[in-house]
Design a protein around this ligand. Structure first.
Ligand code: SF4
Length: 179
C-alpha cells in the first residue's frame, strides 16, 4: 500500500477483509459527520439557513445536524458581521467546543469585516479564532457555502487524526477588546 492509498482490498487474498490506515478511517468518519455550530450574526445567516433547505440540501454531505450547543458541534460557521460586543461570545463558544474543531468564515464580513470599516466591527473573525476556510461573497450563495464545506472536508482528509487532538491552534490577535 502506498502512502496515498486509503484502503487496500484483494478479494482473492483477504476475502471479506479490507486493510486501511487508522488516519484514513478516522478522517473519513469525521469529514462525513461534521456537525455545524451556526454562528449566524447577520444577513449571511439567511444563506446558511437556505443551505439546509431542500433546494440545496446540506444533508447530502452529512452536515444537516446544526447544533446550537458547543458541546455537540465541531465546526463553527461564522455567518455575518462580528461586532466587538459579539466577539467575546464567539470566542467563548469556540473555547467550549471540544477538539477536533474547525471554523468557516462565511462571507466578507466574517472574513475581513466587509464594508464595515468601523469602530464597532471586528475586521475578520480570524483575529479571535483560527479559521480553516474563508468563503467570499456578500452574501455568498448556498452553493458557495457547500463548496467551502467540501474544501473543509478535503482539509480534514489530510489531517493527522491524533495531532488535531493535541494541537495548540494559534490565532493572529487575541486583543480584540476595544481600547
Ligand atoms: S457579507 Fe454581506 S450579506 Fe454577509 S453579513 Fe456582511 S453585509 Fe450581510
Amino acid at each position: 500500500m502506498t502512502t496515498t492509498t486509503e484502503y487496500g482490498y484483494n478479494s482473492k487474498v483477504e476475502g471479506e477483509v479490507i486493510v486501511s490506515k487508522a488516519d484514513a478511517v478516522i478522517n473519513w468518519v469525521r469529514r462525513h459527520s461534521v456537525w455545524p455550530m451556526p454562528m449566524g450574526l447577520a444577513c449571511c445567516a439567511i444563506e446558511l439557513m437556505a443551505a439546509g433547505g431542500s433546494r440545496f440540501d446540506i444533508s447530502r454531505f452529512g452536515m444537516e445536524v446544526m447544533r446550537f450547543s458547543p458541546r455537540q458541534s465541531d465546526c463553527m460557521i461564522v455567518a455575518g458581521t462580528v461586532t466587538y460586543k459579539m466577539a467575546q461570545v464567539v470566542r467563548r463558544i469556540y473555547d467550549q467546543m471540544a477538539e477536533p474543531k474547525w471554523v468557516v468564515a462565511m462571507g466578507a464580513c466574517a472574513s475581513t469585516g466587509g464594508m464595515y470599516r468601523s469602530y464597532a466591527t471586528l475586521q475578520g473573525v480570524d483575529r479571535i479564532v483560527p479559521v480553516d476556510v474563508y468563503i467570499s461573497g456578500c452574501p455568498p450563495r448556498p452553493e458557495a457555502l457547500l463548496d467551502g464545506m467540501m474544501r473543509l472536508q478535503d482539509k480534514i482528509k489530510t489531517e493527522s487524526s491524533t495531532r488535531t487532538l493535541l494541537r495548540n491552534r494559534p490565532v493572529r490577535d487575541l486583543t480584540f477588546q476595544k481600547k
